[in-house]
Design a binder for this molecule. Sequence first.
Ligand SMILES: C[S@@+](CC[C@H](N)C(=O)[O-])C[C@H]1O[C@@H](n2cnc3c(N)ncnc32)[C@H](O)[C@@H]1O
Length: 219
Amino acid sequence: MTKCEAPAVRLTPRLAAAAALVRKDRIICDVGTDHALLPCYLFSKGARRLIASDVRKGPLDAARENIKKYHAESGIELVLSDGLKNIAYAEDIVIAGMGGELISRILSECIFFNADTRLILQPMSRAEVLRRTLYKIGFELLSEQTVCEDGRYYVIMYAAYTGKIKEIDELFAYTGKLEDKEYLKRLADTLERAADGCANSEPERSARLKALLEQIRKV
Ligand SMILES: C[S@@+](CC[C@H](N)C(=O)[O-])C[C@H]1O[C@@H](n2cnc3c(N)ncnc32)[C@H](O)[C@@H]1O
């Protein structure tokens, strides 16, 4: 009897862009894996040392189903963990689909980063907080890209550990290494609305945001 083949794993453009940055021959951890589609996809592309972790049991049950469906049991370990707390070690760490503040907290609590650590991050909000945190805990951004999915722009950051702590300026915190004109235009528009919204209650903050958005418009 022939063993049935695993179906192909299909990723959305957002997760496909994150997956493309992962080194398949490394120990890979997908934090907040939910459905575990990303590790299942990486397994189908040859990765064999994968950890799929989540803070809740429900997503891990869904992940287990998918791992079975895609015949990836031999390469993916499931771990119940708040961030990286129960993860002994990983080299390529993916954290996608969470807020920038939560990702910052998870990274700040990790104790095993070294020169071989790479981060692939996709914050849903507060990208500026995450960039500041990255440089504060010794990472450097290697590249950033935007992915447009269903009319919404997502930022994907790729960072390496250097151990050098650096403070970044306001413009870099908001724009990082991004050059996508449409994304930057939307960012400036969002900041303009925020500046207008606090013009009376917080005039100083409003002026700071206006100065920043003018800088972004020049970029
Ligand atoms: C919106 S889903 C994103 C799933 C997937 N990473 C993606 O980008 O499609 C967020 C997942 O993160 C998990 N999560 C939230 N806080 C977490 C934490 N502190 N540690 C680990 N996982 C967490 C949630 O349980 C949920 O499954």
